[in-house]
Design a protein around this ligand. Structure first.
Ligand SMILES: NC(=O)c1ccc[n+]([C@@H]2O[C@H](COP(=O)([O-])OP(=O)(O)OC[C@H]3O[C@@H](n4cnc5c(N)ncnc54)[C@H](OP(=O)(O)O)[C@@H]3O)[C@@H](O)[C@H]2O)c1
Length: 333
């Protein structure tokens, strides 16, 4: 209200300055101009402030909150005073996350759920709404990765990945979005991946599920434009979590090994901080991570070139580049 009021004042003043240029004495014009600039600055600052201020009654539902990025997001939101609904399959791990949070006990509600069980999702959503009466922010973070070649992956593994990573979030969105639209307020945050932008070896169904999320939520965004609900797509690079240990092999067993690249990757805490900033700014899409952003840039300029890099092990390429850059920075600094 206040910022739009200031905007109107600034606009009227700009008209005055432009129209009265020949009639208003010079000193008055200078005073007018300074006041005009000052109100414009205040206007911008207030708008920026609005994006950062967190009402502490906001209800945030995070899926996949039992580890990695989800856990870090829960911790950031808790620090801002949000009411949290935390979901994942492993209740014990969820409880550990809750115990580590700084929130009061009444502000964190554990809602264990398996996104693969689509028929249970409507009931889970009812329970979530009953707890805080609303969901202001829904974060689709839960996912399972794949570590195997497409031809060695059983169809049942492909289907499992699509169910957890794609159909689960779609089903949950269909439960939560109507309430948000009714209140003309809310935000859906989708944690995608670089593999949601281009495919890399041994991730076929995982990449497919992340591509599908972009297709679904981009379409949805245009369908609900102007109705008060925002969609934020998050594209993480390589983040230091146990995602590769939790990943499935083609036969459906756990990969059970944290890959080297993920051991030294971008910190999940920093990733959560960046994601939170993007949520507050209601961004449509944001990249979060380290130097892997280069692959996104190459893909934008020349998908053909990126495909050639990928065939020649892009991770190795990025790692080498990182080492070269670090060495260069050390030598020059
Ligand atoms: N780490 C990276 O480098 C990276 C890169 C790009 C994108 N991402 C994305 O970031 C998000 C978080 O990944 P992360 O790195 O934090 O991995 P993570 O530590 O393995 O976390 C995955 C979360 O999903 C939950 N989950 C798995 N299957 C589920 C199911 N059937 N139903 C409900 N919850 C389920 C897991 O909890 P339970 O096992 O207890 O159910 C866990 O809390 C994912 O969407 C991932 O695709 C990560």
């Amino acid at each position: 209200m206040m910022s739009s009021g200031l905007g109107v004042i600034a606009y009227v003043q700009s008209v005055l300055i432009l129209d009265d240029e020949n009639h208003v004495p010079r000193c008055l014009q200078v005073i007018h101009l300074s006041w005009y600039r000052c109100t414009l600055n205040m206007n911008t600052s207030l708008r920026t402030l609005n994006t950062y201020v967190m009402r502490n009654d906001q209800a945030v539902w995070i899926t996949g909150a039992s580890s990695g990025i989800g856990e870090q997001l829960a911790s950031k939101f808790a620090r801002e005073g949000a009411n949290l609904i935390l979901s994942a399959r492993n209740t014990e791990n969820l409880q550990k996350v809750k115990d580590r949070l700084s929130s009061g006990p009444g502000k964190v509600f554990l809602l264990p759920m398996d996104l693969e069980k689509l028929d249970e999702i409507p009931e889970k959503a009812e329970v979530a709404f009953a707890r805080f009466g609303k969901v202001d922010i829904l974060v689709h973070n839960a996912a399972v990765a794949l570590r195997d070649y497409a031809l060695d992956t059983l169809m049942k593994t492909d289907q499992k990945l699509m169910a957890i990573n794609y159909f689960g979030p779609v089903c949950l969105t269909k439960q939560v979005l109507p309430h948000m639209l009714e209140r003309e307020s809310g935000q859906i945050v989708v944690i995608s991946s670089l593999t949601g932008k281009f495919g890399v070896p041994r991730t076929s169904s995982y990449a497919a599920s992340k591509h599908a999320l972009h297709g679904f939520f981009e379409s949805l965004r245009s369908e609900i434009a102007g109705r008060g609900v925002k969609i934020t797509m998050v594209v993480p690079g390589i983040i230091q979590t146990r995602i590769t240990a939790h990943a499935l092999t083609g036969s459906g067993t756990f990969h059970d090994r944290v890959e080297e690249t993920f051991r030294k990757a971008y910190s999940p805490e920093k990733a959560a901080e960046k994601i939170l900033k993007a949520i507050r700014r209601r961004k449509e899409e944001v990249y979060v991570g380290g130097l892997e952003w280069i692959t996104l840039a190459i893909n934008r300029i020349s998908p053909w070139l990126l495909r050639r890099f990928i065939r020649n092990h892009p991770i190795r390429f990025v790692r080498n580049l990182k080492q070269k850059l670090t060495l260069h920075l050390k030598l020059s600094g």
